[in-house]
Write a protein that binds this ligand. Sequence first.
Ligand SMILES: Cc1cc2nc3c(=O)[nH]c(=O)nc-3n(C[C@H](O)[C@H](O)[C@H](O)COP(=O)(O)OP(=O)(O)OC[C@H]3O[C@@H](n4cnc5c(N)ncnc54)[C@H](O)[C@@H]3O)c2cc1C
Length: 593
Amino acid sequence: MNKVEAQRQREIQQAEELLFAGPQALGFAKGLFQGHFVADWVMPYPRIPAAQQAELDKSLAELRQFLDEHLDPVEIDRQADIPREVIDGLGRVGVLGATTPVEYGGRGFTQMANCKLLEEIGTRCASTSVFVNAHHSIGIRALLLFGTHGQKQKWLPKLVNGEQLGAFALTEREAGSDAANVQMEARPTDDGANFILNGEKRYITNAAIAQVLTVMARTPMPGSDKTAITAFLVTPDMPGFTILEARMPKMGIRGTATGRFALHDVKVPKENILGPMGKGLKVALTVLDFGRTTFGACCTGAAKTCLRLAIEHANTRRQFNKTLGEFDLVKKKVARMAADAYAMEAMTTITASLIDRGLEDYMIETAMLKVFTTERLWEVINDAFQIYGGSAYFVDLPLERMLRDARINQIGEGSNEVLTSFIALVGMRGPGMEFKEIYDTMMKPSRHRIGKAWIAGRNRLGASIRIPDVPVQSEQLRPHARQLGRLIWRFNFAVNRALITYREPILDMQLVQERIAGAAMDLFASTCVLSRQDAEIQFARRNGDSGPTDHSAADLFLRQSFRRIRRFLGGLKDNDDKSLLAAANSILGKPRS
Ligand SMILES: Cc1cc2nc3c(=O)[nH]c(=O)nc-3n(C[C@H](O)[C@H](O)[C@H](O)COP(=O)(O)OP(=O)(O)OC[C@H]3O[C@@H](n4cnc5c(N)ncnc54)[C@H](O)[C@@H]3O)c2cc1C
């Protein structure tokens, strides 16, 4: 086995241990890859329970009032700082600990309710929403999810009211997208009571303003020569903790303090370990699932702001003796923005509800939400920018700031390229394993194998002959639902075909993965839109509202999304991949593949 192959096998084994340990219920996304429509997770459209809705409405009203009176996004951007009074105020209105259980001083909100708060902040100021995300969605998340009761009692109360701030420190020079390559070291002391941490972290939001940092470091695994990542709570008052750069000057989300720090022989008590020893990567990935969900909410908020601004301008600015909104090429942009904003909200709500309802594994859905909403927001801001023309370029309007702020979204918390591959590969693993079972049995039949291969074959065959039912309640949505069912069937067929055609090399074929992930994302987005639209129609009907309700944006989204899915699937057969790779290899000085 050559070195590259050995590295590949190690990565596969690591991913298997990390992502697929233990039995898992079939979630929505994994179902899609198997050709199923697992309706229970997505229909009916989730609603916040009435008791919590009242509390959420109160919190939202408080938050809005506070933001109206105290949040100045222009000043935050100009000064590259979020004033302490704003942070204190966010703590007072409960945003910094919204999902923390009441017993530790939080609001005990669900992820769905939390997303509504983040969406509200996202409509106004990306620096502030990223700050809240860094503190609450990821900074204190490992403590919330994996902390013992004692750890939570000790640390959480001051963190949820904003007296102390949290940060999440994973990234290092050699561990960016390759998060498993953390080099920061944590060596146990001889008595095992402490760990000595050494290394550096970079690009860490809140690093220099946090009092509690969740830090990922590599520990030796007892009884073996292997090392694994473990999560530690580190405080800046520990001797040897050094801030190397408190606020790295940057292009967007300038109000956030993105920093670098070093740990030199920092002694951390073993009581500060979060989760099991050596399971830090799993801890980190789970934490990021939450971060990606609130990312979706923040992007939704920002998209709604762009839409509002675009409508205002399109209806007032006149050129050629007409308002801009009378030109079809402007209409095209506004309509697409409205359609995307509707879908982003629906997708965020459904993804958050998967967490709230206790689905064990929602990593594909959170990755899809993150990629989809960050890409759509980038387009939405660009469209709004274009509608404003030259005026968007000047700093008296928020669009140039929004454009700068939004650029990090496609990079942070897993770059969209890495997540695109992840969506395709994790999704295809289910059917891929079934094919492997069948293939292995054909090569080496045995009684035990034949039984398993029979089940695998039945599943694959069953999915390929049955068009899944998409159960909407509203008669007018049935044609869309039937189309969606047919596209899921086609998607399953395409996945099977890709797996049979390419077999293991598909692990490296990112252009194929991109189309499969792209189709899966649009299938998920369409499902969320259909579910939301169905619920709105039914709600209107129950309330005696029989008149026509405007669903044109949702309808447009479905049509455009279905078209994209067909294009992704068509591209699997009809593409320029060979030429593209040949040109890239030539330009990069690589051997031709
Ligand atoms: C403002 C800001 C705030 C941040 N906050 C935090 C924080 O609070 N905590 C934290 O731990 N980290 C934080 N980060 C780090 C962030 O998560 C990383 O920047 C991100 O994971 C990408 O790592 P990298 O920058 O090293 O890029 P690299 O890993 O060098 O990747 C560069 C590019 O290469 C491409 N690429 C990489 N790998 C692949 C692949 N396998 N396939 C295809 N393409 C690939 C992608 O296009 C990617 O964008 C922050 C970063 C910024 C800029």
